[in-house]
Design a protein around this ligand. Structure first.
Ligand code: NAD
Ligand code: UDP
Ligand code: UDP
Length: 343
Protein backbone atom coordinates (compact mmCIF):
# COMPACT_ATOMS: atom_id res chain seq x y z
CA UNK A 1 0.00 0.00 0.00
CA UNK A 2 3.09 2.16 0.34
CA UNK A 3 3.56 1.98 -3.43
CA UNK A 4 -0.04 2.82 -4.15
CA UNK A 5 0.07 5.94 -1.96
CA UNK A 6 3.31 6.99 -3.59
CA UNK A 7 1.84 6.48 -7.02
CA UNK A 8 -1.14 8.71 -6.30
CA UNK A 9 1.04 11.46 -4.91
CA UNK A 10 3.16 11.47 -8.04
CA UNK A 11 -0.04 11.76 -10.06
CA UNK A 12 -1.15 14.81 -8.07
CA UNK A 13 2.26 16.40 -8.51
CA UNK A 14 2.28 16.32 -12.29
CA UNK A 15 3.48 19.56 -13.84
CA UNK A 16 0.65 21.84 -14.82
CA UNK A 17 -1.75 19.51 -13.04
CA UNK A 18 -3.50 18.78 -16.33
CA UNK A 19 -2.53 15.22 -17.17
CA UNK A 20 -3.30 12.58 -14.56
CA UNK A 21 -0.67 9.86 -14.38
CA UNK A 22 -1.41 6.18 -14.46
CA UNK A 23 -3.73 4.36 -16.79
CA UNK A 24 -5.69 7.39 -18.00
CA UNK A 25 -2.66 9.40 -19.01
CA UNK A 26 -0.96 8.97 -22.35
CA UNK A 27 2.47 7.71 -21.37
CA UNK A 28 5.53 9.89 -21.62
CA UNK A 29 8.62 8.87 -23.53
CA UNK A 30 11.32 8.59 -20.90
CA UNK A 31 15.03 7.82 -21.23
CA UNK A 32 16.84 6.28 -18.29
CA UNK A 33 20.61 6.28 -18.79
CA UNK A 34 22.22 3.69 -16.55
CA UNK A 35 18.84 1.94 -16.42
CA UNK A 36 20.39 -1.54 -16.31
CA UNK A 37 22.02 -0.71 -12.98
CA UNK A 38 20.82 -1.00 -9.42
CA UNK A 39 18.85 2.25 -8.98
CA UNK A 40 17.98 2.64 -12.66
CA UNK A 41 16.27 -0.74 -12.98
CA UNK A 42 14.00 -0.01 -10.00
CA UNK A 43 13.14 3.37 -11.52
CA UNK A 44 12.32 1.68 -14.85
CA UNK A 45 9.92 -0.69 -13.04
CA UNK A 46 7.96 2.27 -11.63
CA UNK A 47 7.89 4.18 -14.93
CA UNK A 48 6.67 1.15 -16.89
CA UNK A 49 4.07 0.45 -14.21
CA UNK A 50 2.57 3.92 -14.62
CA UNK A 51 2.34 3.52 -18.41
CA UNK A 52 5.36 5.37 -19.76
CA UNK A 53 7.44 4.28 -22.74
CA UNK A 54 10.92 3.72 -21.41
CA UNK A 55 14.20 3.65 -23.30
CA UNK A 56 17.17 2.41 -21.30
CA UNK A 57 20.62 3.52 -22.47
CA UNK A 58 23.42 1.53 -20.85
CA UNK A 59 26.90 0.26 -21.71
CA UNK A 60 26.66 -2.61 -19.16
CA UNK A 61 29.83 -1.58 -17.33
CA UNK A 62 28.17 -2.33 -13.98
CA UNK A 63 24.60 -2.90 -15.17
CA UNK A 64 23.09 -6.27 -16.04
CA UNK A 65 20.39 -7.39 -18.46
CA UNK A 66 19.03 -9.62 -15.68
CA UNK A 67 17.84 -6.46 -13.90
CA UNK A 68 15.52 -5.67 -16.82
CA UNK A 69 14.73 -9.07 -18.31
CA UNK A 70 11.18 -8.99 -16.99
CA UNK A 71 10.44 -6.10 -19.42
CA UNK A 72 11.80 -7.81 -22.53
CA UNK A 73 8.98 -8.23 -25.02
CA UNK A 74 7.00 -5.28 -23.63
CA UNK A 75 6.44 -2.85 -26.55
CA UNK A 76 6.75 0.08 -24.10
CA UNK A 77 10.32 -0.95 -23.25
CA UNK A 78 13.55 -0.59 -25.25
CA UNK A 79 17.11 -1.36 -24.25
CA UNK A 80 19.99 0.27 -26.14
CA UNK A 81 23.61 -0.72 -25.61
CA UNK A 82 25.31 2.65 -25.83
CA UNK A 83 28.06 4.54 -24.05
CA UNK A 84 26.88 8.05 -23.11
CA UNK A 85 30.37 9.38 -23.82
CA UNK A 86 29.29 9.11 -27.49
CA UNK A 87 26.53 11.36 -28.89
CA UNK A 88 23.03 9.92 -29.21
CA UNK A 89 19.89 10.95 -31.10
CA UNK A 90 16.47 10.16 -29.58
CA UNK A 91 13.08 11.89 -29.36
CA UNK A 92 11.85 11.94 -25.77
CA UNK A 93 10.04 13.96 -23.09
CA UNK A 94 12.17 13.26 -20.01
CA UNK A 95 15.72 12.10 -19.34
CA UNK A 96 16.75 10.52 -16.05
CA UNK A 97 20.54 10.62 -16.29
CA UNK A 98 22.02 7.94 -14.00
CA UNK A 99 24.79 6.48 -16.17
CA UNK A 100 27.94 6.40 -14.01
CA UNK A 101 29.53 3.73 -11.85
CA UNK A 102 28.57 4.43 -8.23
CA UNK A 103 30.67 2.12 -6.09
CA UNK A 104 34.21 3.27 -5.21
CA UNK A 105 35.66 -0.03 -6.47
CA UNK A 106 34.01 0.51 -9.87
CA UNK A 107 34.63 4.24 -10.31
CA UNK A 108 38.29 3.90 -9.32
CA UNK A 109 38.78 1.01 -11.78
CA UNK A 110 39.25 3.46 -14.68
CA UNK A 111 39.16 6.96 -13.20
CA UNK A 112 39.62 8.78 -16.51
CA UNK A 113 36.64 6.89 -17.94
CA UNK A 114 34.65 7.90 -14.86
CA UNK A 115 35.45 11.57 -15.50
CA UNK A 116 34.55 11.25 -19.18
CA UNK A 117 31.25 9.61 -18.27
CA UNK A 118 30.43 12.37 -15.80
CA UNK A 119 31.55 15.28 -17.98
CA UNK A 120 31.25 14.28 -21.66
CA UNK A 121 28.40 11.84 -20.96
CA UNK A 122 26.41 14.48 -19.07
CA UNK A 123 27.18 17.08 -21.75
CA UNK A 124 25.82 14.76 -24.45
CA UNK A 125 22.63 14.04 -22.53
CA UNK A 126 22.15 17.76 -21.88
CA UNK A 127 22.70 18.45 -25.59
CA UNK A 128 20.08 15.82 -26.38
CA UNK A 129 17.64 17.33 -23.86
CA UNK A 130 18.19 20.78 -25.36
CA UNK A 131 17.62 19.62 -28.95
CA UNK A 132 14.29 17.93 -28.19
CA UNK A 133 13.16 20.17 -25.30
CA UNK A 134 13.13 17.32 -22.78
CA UNK A 135 13.27 17.74 -19.02
CA UNK A 136 16.60 16.52 -17.63
CA UNK A 137 17.27 15.04 -14.18
CA UNK A 138 20.84 14.52 -12.96
CA UNK A 139 21.59 11.97 -10.26
CA UNK A 140 24.39 13.65 -8.37
CA UNK A 141 25.73 12.42 -5.06
CA UNK A 142 26.36 13.27 -1.43
CA UNK A 143 30.04 12.90 -2.38
CA UNK A 144 29.90 16.48 -3.68
CA UNK A 145 30.14 17.41 0.03
CA UNK A 146 33.48 15.54 0.28
CA UNK A 147 34.70 14.98 3.83
CA UNK A 148 32.11 17.41 5.20
CA UNK A 149 32.83 20.09 7.77
CA UNK A 150 29.08 20.67 8.23
CA UNK A 151 26.89 18.02 9.83
CA UNK A 152 24.28 17.09 8.75
CA UNK A 153 24.81 18.34 5.21
CA UNK A 154 22.31 20.82 3.74
CA UNK A 155 22.16 21.68 0.04
CA UNK A 156 23.58 25.13 0.79
CA UNK A 157 26.90 23.59 1.90
CA UNK A 158 29.59 23.85 -0.80
CA UNK A 159 31.59 20.89 0.40
CA UNK A 160 35.13 19.93 1.31
CA UNK A 161 36.47 17.98 -1.65
CA UNK A 162 40.02 16.96 -2.45
CA UNK A 163 40.53 17.81 -6.15
CA UNK A 164 43.55 15.52 -6.60
CA UNK A 165 42.57 12.42 -4.60
CA UNK A 166 41.56 8.92 -5.65
CA UNK A 167 37.86 9.73 -5.24
CA UNK A 168 38.10 12.96 -7.25
CA UNK A 169 37.18 11.33 -10.58
CA UNK A 170 33.79 10.68 -9.05
CA UNK A 171 33.13 13.61 -6.72
CA UNK A 172 34.70 16.31 -8.89
CA UNK A 173 33.13 14.62 -11.92
CA UNK A 174 29.69 14.91 -10.33
CA UNK A 175 30.38 18.50 -9.26
CA UNK A 176 31.18 19.35 -12.90
CA UNK A 177 28.05 17.49 -14.02
CA UNK A 178 26.03 19.72 -11.66
CA UNK A 179 27.74 22.80 -13.09
CA UNK A 180 26.97 21.76 -16.67
CA UNK A 181 23.36 21.07 -15.73
CA UNK A 182 22.95 24.55 -14.21
CA UNK A 183 24.70 26.21 -17.15
CA UNK A 184 22.32 24.53 -19.63
CA UNK A 185 19.44 25.63 -17.41
CA UNK A 186 20.61 29.25 -17.32
CA UNK A 187 21.97 29.43 -20.85
CA UNK A 188 19.53 27.32 -22.86
CA UNK A 189 16.48 27.59 -20.54
CA UNK A 190 16.56 23.84 -20.24
CA UNK A 191 14.22 22.36 -17.60
CA UNK A 192 16.55 20.58 -15.19
CA UNK A 193 16.43 18.78 -11.83
CA UNK A 194 19.35 17.82 -9.57
CA UNK A 195 19.23 15.07 -6.93
CA UNK A 196 22.09 14.54 -4.48
CA UNK A 197 21.73 10.90 -3.55
CA UNK A 198 23.04 9.51 -0.26
CA UNK A 199 24.10 5.87 0.24
CA UNK A 200 21.34 3.63 -1.09
CA UNK A 201 20.92 -0.15 -0.82
CA UNK A 202 18.46 -2.82 -1.86
CA UNK A 203 17.85 -5.79 -4.15
CA UNK A 204 19.91 -5.93 -7.39
CA UNK A 205 22.98 -4.21 -5.96
CA UNK A 206 26.09 -5.82 -7.44
CA UNK A 207 27.07 -8.52 -4.98
CA UNK A 208 30.80 -7.84 -5.18
CA UNK A 209 30.82 -4.07 -5.75
CA UNK A 210 32.74 -3.42 -2.53
CA UNK A 211 30.12 -1.15 -1.01
CA UNK A 212 29.64 -1.66 2.67
CA UNK A 213 26.06 -2.93 2.72
CA UNK A 214 26.56 -5.37 -0.17
CA UNK A 215 29.85 -6.55 1.38
CA UNK A 216 28.41 -7.15 4.86
CA UNK A 217 25.28 -8.89 3.59
CA UNK A 218 27.21 -11.14 1.20
CA UNK A 219 29.83 -11.88 3.87
CA UNK A 220 27.24 -12.80 6.50
CA UNK A 221 25.42 -15.09 4.05
CA UNK A 222 28.67 -16.79 3.01
CA UNK A 223 29.71 -17.23 6.66
CA UNK A 224 32.73 -14.96 6.13
CA UNK A 225 33.77 -12.28 8.64
CA UNK A 226 32.31 -8.79 8.15
CA UNK A 227 35.16 -6.49 7.06
CA UNK A 228 35.04 -3.17 8.91
CA UNK A 229 37.48 -0.63 7.45
CA UNK A 230 39.43 1.67 9.76
CA UNK A 231 38.13 1.99 13.34
CA UNK A 232 34.54 1.53 12.14
CA UNK A 233 33.45 4.79 13.80
CA UNK A 234 32.89 6.60 10.49
CA UNK A 235 29.19 7.08 9.74
CA UNK A 236 26.85 6.78 6.77
CA UNK A 237 23.09 7.11 6.37
CA UNK A 238 21.46 4.30 4.43
CA UNK A 239 18.39 4.71 2.24
CA UNK A 240 16.26 1.90 0.85
CA UNK A 241 16.00 2.01 -2.94
CA UNK A 242 12.20 2.39 -3.21
CA UNK A 243 12.36 5.57 -1.11
CA UNK A 244 14.97 6.97 -3.49
CA UNK A 245 12.97 6.11 -6.61
CA UNK A 246 9.91 7.82 -5.13
CA UNK A 247 12.03 10.93 -4.47
CA UNK A 248 13.50 10.96 -7.98
CA UNK A 249 10.05 10.75 -9.58
CA UNK A 250 8.62 13.49 -7.37
CA UNK A 251 11.59 15.68 -8.20
CA UNK A 252 11.16 15.10 -11.95
CA UNK A 253 7.40 15.80 -11.86
CA UNK A 254 7.62 18.75 -9.47
CA UNK A 255 8.50 22.34 -10.26
CA UNK A 256 11.76 22.79 -8.34
CA UNK A 257 15.24 22.55 -9.84
CA UNK A 258 17.07 21.68 -6.63
CA UNK A 259 19.62 20.47 -5.79
CA UNK A 260 17.76 18.19 -3.38
CA UNK A 261 19.33 15.80 -0.90
CA UNK A 262 17.64 12.41 -1.21
CA UNK A 263 18.69 10.18 1.64
CA UNK A 264 17.61 8.61 4.91
CA UNK A 265 18.75 10.69 7.91
CA UNK A 266 19.18 7.57 10.08
CA UNK A 267 22.93 7.64 10.78
CA UNK A 268 25.01 4.54 11.65
CA UNK A 269 28.66 3.87 12.36
CA UNK A 270 30.08 0.96 10.37
CA UNK A 271 30.23 -1.06 13.58
CA UNK A 272 26.54 -0.36 14.22
CA UNK A 273 25.76 -1.38 10.65
CA UNK A 274 27.69 -4.62 11.17
CA UNK A 275 25.61 -5.22 14.30
CA UNK A 276 22.33 -4.72 12.40
CA UNK A 277 23.56 -7.17 9.75
CA UNK A 278 24.41 -9.67 12.50
CA UNK A 279 20.91 -9.25 14.00
CA UNK A 280 19.28 -9.67 10.58
CA UNK A 281 21.30 -12.57 9.14
CA UNK A 282 23.62 -14.29 11.57
CA UNK A 283 24.23 -13.31 15.21
CA UNK A 284 27.44 -15.40 15.13
CA UNK A 285 28.99 -13.52 12.20
CA UNK A 286 32.49 -12.34 13.14
CA UNK A 287 33.80 -8.81 12.63
CA UNK A 288 37.30 -8.24 11.22
CA UNK A 289 39.04 -4.87 11.04
CA UNK A 290 40.89 -3.85 7.84
CA UNK A 291 42.84 -0.70 6.92
CA UNK A 292 40.57 2.05 5.61
CA UNK A 293 40.70 3.43 2.06
CA UNK A 294 42.20 6.83 1.23
CA UNK A 295 40.13 10.02 1.60
CA UNK A 296 37.24 8.19 3.27
CA UNK A 297 34.67 10.75 4.51
CA UNK A 298 34.34 10.55 8.30
CA UNK A 299 30.62 11.16 8.48
CA UNK A 300 27.64 11.67 6.27
CA UNK A 301 23.99 12.41 7.03
CA UNK A 302 21.51 14.30 4.88
CA UNK A 303 19.53 17.32 5.99
CA UNK A 304 16.31 16.63 4.06
CA UNK A 305 14.33 19.69 5.16
CA UNK A 306 14.22 21.03 1.60
CA UNK A 307 12.90 17.80 0.06
CA UNK A 308 10.30 17.50 2.84
CA UNK A 309 9.03 21.04 2.30
CA UNK A 310 9.17 21.35 -1.48
CA UNK A 311 8.68 17.76 -2.68
CA UNK A 312 6.58 16.45 0.21
CA UNK A 313 9.02 13.56 0.34
CA UNK A 314 10.70 11.65 3.13
CA UNK A 315 11.99 8.10 3.40
CA UNK A 316 9.60 5.51 4.82
CA UNK A 317 11.78 2.43 5.23
CA UNK A 318 14.28 2.14 8.09
CA UNK A 319 17.51 0.14 7.85
CA UNK A 320 16.04 -2.64 10.01
CA UNK A 321 13.02 -2.87 7.70
CA UNK A 322 14.96 -2.59 4.45
CA UNK A 323 17.84 -4.99 5.07
CA UNK A 324 15.71 -8.17 5.11
CA UNK A 325 14.20 -7.15 1.74
CA UNK A 326 17.68 -7.10 0.27
CA UNK A 327 18.84 -10.27 2.01
CA UNK A 328 16.31 -12.50 0.25
CA UNK A 329 17.51 -11.22 -3.14
CA UNK A 330 21.19 -11.74 -2.23
CA UNK A 331 20.46 -15.20 -0.89
CA UNK A 332 18.86 -16.23 -4.20
CA UNK A 333 21.68 -14.79 -6.27
CA UNK A 334 24.49 -16.21 -4.13
CA UNK A 335 23.08 -19.68 -3.61
CA UNK A 336 21.40 -20.20 -6.99
CA UNK A 337 17.80 -20.25 -8.16
CA UNK A 338 18.68 -17.83 -10.97
CA UNK A 339 15.24 -18.16 -12.54
CA UNK A 340 13.81 -16.04 -9.77
CA UNK A 341 16.54 -13.37 -9.55
CA UNK A 342 14.25 -10.35 -9.97
CA UNK A 343 12.11 -9.46 -6.97
P1 NAD B 1 25.15 1.15 -10.84
O1 NAD B 1 26.60 1.00 -11.06
O2 NAD B 1 24.36 -0.03 -10.41
O3 NAD B 1 24.45 1.75 -12.14
C1 NAD B 1 25.08 2.60 -13.03
C2 NAD B 1 24.68 2.20 -14.45
O4 NAD B 1 25.31 3.09 -15.39
C3 NAD B 1 25.15 0.79 -14.81
O5 NAD B 1 24.07 0.08 -15.40
C4 NAD B 1 26.28 1.02 -15.78
O6 NAD B 1 26.46 -0.04 -16.70
C5 NAD B 1 25.86 2.32 -16.44
N1 NAD B 1 26.96 3.09 -17.02
C6 NAD B 1 28.14 3.43 -16.44
N2 NAD B 1 28.89 4.14 -17.27
C7 NAD B 1 28.18 4.28 -18.43
C8 NAD B 1 28.42 4.91 -19.67
N3 NAD B 1 29.58 5.56 -19.91
N4 NAD B 1 27.47 4.84 -20.63
C9 NAD B 1 26.32 4.18 -20.43
N5 NAD B 1 26.03 3.56 -19.25
C10 NAD B 1 26.95 3.61 -18.26
O7 NAD B 1 24.97 2.32 -9.80
P2 NAD B 1 23.68 2.86 -9.03
O8 NAD B 1 23.89 2.64 -7.60
O9 NAD B 1 22.46 2.35 -9.67
O10 NAD B 1 23.82 4.43 -9.31
C11 NAD B 1 23.02 5.11 -10.27
C12 NAD B 1 23.32 6.61 -10.20
O11 NAD B 1 23.03 7.11 -8.90
C13 NAD B 1 24.79 6.94 -10.49
O12 NAD B 1 24.85 8.11 -11.28
C14 NAD B 1 25.37 7.21 -9.13
O13 NAD B 1 26.44 8.11 -9.18
C15 NAD B 1 24.17 7.79 -8.39
N6 NAD B 1 24.29 7.58 -6.94
C16 NAD B 1 24.09 6.33 -6.39
C17 NAD B 1 24.26 6.16 -5.02
C18 NAD B 1 24.05 4.82 -4.37
O14 NAD B 1 24.26 4.70 -3.17
N7 NAD B 1 23.63 3.80 -5.07
C19 NAD B 1 24.64 7.24 -4.21
C20 NAD B 1 24.86 8.47 -4.81
C21 NAD B 1 24.67 8.63 -6.17
N1 UDP C 1 24.22 15.82 -28.52
C1 UDP C 1 23.74 14.53 -28.53
N2 UDP C 1 22.46 14.31 -28.99
C2 UDP C 1 21.64 15.31 -29.41
C3 UDP C 1 22.16 16.63 -29.38
C4 UDP C 1 23.44 16.85 -28.92
O1 UDP C 1 24.41 13.59 -28.14
O2 UDP C 1 20.52 15.03 -29.77
C5 UDP C 1 25.59 16.08 -28.04
C6 UDP C 1 26.44 16.79 -29.09
O3 UDP C 1 27.12 15.84 -29.87
C7 UDP C 1 27.36 17.63 -28.26
C8 UDP C 1 26.69 17.76 -26.90
O4 UDP C 1 25.53 16.95 -26.95
O5 UDP C 1 28.59 16.95 -28.05
C9 UDP C 1 26.29 19.17 -26.57
O6 UDP C 1 25.39 19.60 -27.54
P1 UDP C 1 25.03 21.13 -27.74
O7 UDP C 1 24.12 21.25 -28.90
O8 UDP C 1 24.56 21.71 -26.46
O9 UDP C 1 26.43 21.82 -28.02
P2 UDP C 1 27.35 21.85 -29.30
O10 UDP C 1 26.98 20.69 -30.19
O11 UDP C 1 27.08 23.16 -29.91
O12 UDP C 1 28.72 21.71 -28.73
N1 UDP D 1 33.43 0.00 4.43
C1 UDP D 1 33.68 -0.98 5.40
N2 UDP D 1 33.75 -2.29 5.01
C2 UDP D 1 33.57 -2.68 3.73
C3 UDP D 1 33.30 -1.69 2.74
C4 UDP D 1 33.24 -0.37 3.13
O1 UDP D 1 33.83 -0.68 6.59
O2 UDP D 1 33.63 -3.90 3.46
C5 UDP D 1 33.31 1.40 4.87
C6 UDP D 1 34.06 2.41 4.01
O3 UDP D 1 35.40 2.56 4.50
C7 UDP D 1 33.25 3.67 4.21
C8 UDP D 1 31.83 3.15 4.41
O4 UDP D 1 31.96 1.77 4.71
O5 UDP D 1 33.64 4.33 5.41
C9 UDP D 1 30.95 3.32 3.18
O6 UDP D 1 31.63 2.80 2.07
P1 UDP D 1 30.92 2.55 0.67
O7 UDP D 1 31.98 2.14 -0.28
O8 UDP D 1 29.75 1.66 0.84
O9 UDP D 1 30.29 3.97 0.25
P2 UDP D 1 30.88 5.46 0.23
O10 UDP D 1 32.26 5.49 0.79
O11 UDP D 1 30.82 5.85 -1.20
O12 UDP D 1 29.93 6.21 1.09
Amino acid sequence: HHHRAAFETVARGFVGGKVPLGLKRKGLRVVVTGGAGFVGSHLVDRLIARGDSVIVVDNFFTGRKENLMHHFGNPNFELIRHDVVEPLLLEVDQIYHLACPASPVHYKFNPVKTIKTNVVGTLNMLGLAKRVGARFLLTSTSEVYGDPLQHPQAETYWGNVNPIGVRSCYDEGKRTAETLTMDYHRGAQLEVRIARIFNTYGPRMCIDDGRVVSNFVAQALRKEPLTVYGDGKQTRSFQYVSDLVEGLMRLMEGEHVGPFNLGNPGEFTMIELANVVQETIDPNAKIEFRPNTEDDPHKRKPDITRAKELLGWEPKISLRQGLPLMVSDFRKRIFGDHLDANP
